[in-house]
Design a protein around this ligand. Structure first.
Ligand SMILES: [Zn+2]
Length: 125
């Protein structure tokens, strides 16, 4: 995110505002609601590694946008989730902290679509 905009000419400020707005809209468009499938925690321990192999980078934080648990040093698991809305009923794996992945959590969670890995494509990695 760029800073120091206050001395820029009006046109540049407007362009900057448009860029920021587009970035926010893009991010919102990739936001999806998911539900925990409560598929057991023991076998989830491998799915986080498979998720990382599939994505090519480490999982660093809980994908739930509203998560307030263990933000700094979360214990992440590869959780089985399903989209709450729309026709797509396939299973996905996404990184969640152990609290968000708890069997007691039946809430819809807002996540970024890029944090979802298709279960069918990663289960054999
Ligand atoms: Zn969480």
């Amino acid at each position: 995110m760029k800073t120091m905009i206050k001395f820029r000419p009006k046109q540049q400020v407007e362009k900057f505002a448009e860029e920021v707005a587009n970035e926010v809209v893009d991010r919102l468009k990739r936001t999806v609601y998911v539900k925990n499938l409560n598929h057991g925690t023991d076998e989830n321990s491998n799915y986080i590694r498979q998720w990382e192999t599939y994505k090519g980078h480490k999982a660093t934080q809980c994908a739930n946008h509203d998560c307030r648990n263990e933000k700094n040093n979360p214990t992440l698991v590869g959780a089985h989730v399903i989209k709450s809305e729309g026709e797509d009923k396939s299973w996905y794996i996404c990184p969640l902290c152990s609290k968000c992945n708890s069997d007691a959590n039946h809430d819809d969670m807002m996540v970024n679509e890029i944090d979802l890995a298709p279960y069918n494509e990663i289960k054999d990695l």
